[in-house]
Design a protein around this ligand. Structure first.
Ligand code: ADP
Length: 172
């Protein structure tokens, strides 16, 4: 049985939805690494160091979780670090379509590039109370002066509230 999983994403910022997925995964796997993407198609608002730091602070109570940057292709990182399982979360039908495609691409690429056992993706479905939470919504709400505390772990909401104005100016 596979004991380790890699949970890749942007985590811009780390939300209660991410925390729900990682907390549940920590009870399934022996170890889970949150892999924070350094370069992807998204333009991130928080820097890599901030995204890593906030993911670490939000999960410090979970002993079998760690956080690290992922540079380049997820499957190459997984291969190099001996992960055979990727973990992802699904909120709704549109997530399903994207995640299906991504998991198939990763599987095919991993077979082709590494010519051995493919990388498999395992999905956890969102808990209903977090199904509406997505990172981009945090920035929308902040922009409109909405309350973000119900979407975020305490460490993240405190940090964003403190830094709020600077980020919104940078994002414009
Ligand atoms: P991306 O890799 O698209 O940048 P994110 O960093 O936002 O994605 O999220 C990483 C993973 O966590 C994705 O699989 C995403 O679907 C999942 N996720 C994000 N928010 C939630 C939520 N509220 N419930 C379940 N899964 C979630």
């Amino acid at each position: 049985m596979e004991k380790r999983a890699l949970y890749p994403g942007s985590f811009d910022p780390f939300t209660l939805g991410h925390l729900d997925i990682i907390s549940r995964a920590s009870a399934i796997f022996h170890e889970v690494r949150i892999g924070v993407a350094t370069n992807n198609k998204k333009t991130n608002i928080l820097s890599l160091d901030e995204r890593i730091d906030l993911a670490k602070k939000s999960t410090e109570h979970l002993k079998n979780i760690d956080v690290a940057p992922i540079d380049g292709l997820v499957i190459d990182y997984a291969k190099k670090n001996d992960y055979k399982v990727l973990l992802r979360g699904i909120r709704a039908a549109n997530d399903f379509e994207q995640e299906l495609e991504m998991s198939q691409i990763n599987r095919a690429l991993s077979l082709k590039r590494h010519d051995e056992d493919p990388i498999e993706t395992i999905f956890l479905m969102t808990s209903p109370e977090y199904s509406f939470i997505r990172a981009s919504r945090v920035w929308e709400l902040l922009n409109l002066g909405g309350d973000i505390t119900s979407l975020l772990p305490k460490a993240v909401s405190s940090y964003l509230e403190e830094k709020n104005i600077g980020y919104l100016q940078e994002a414009r």
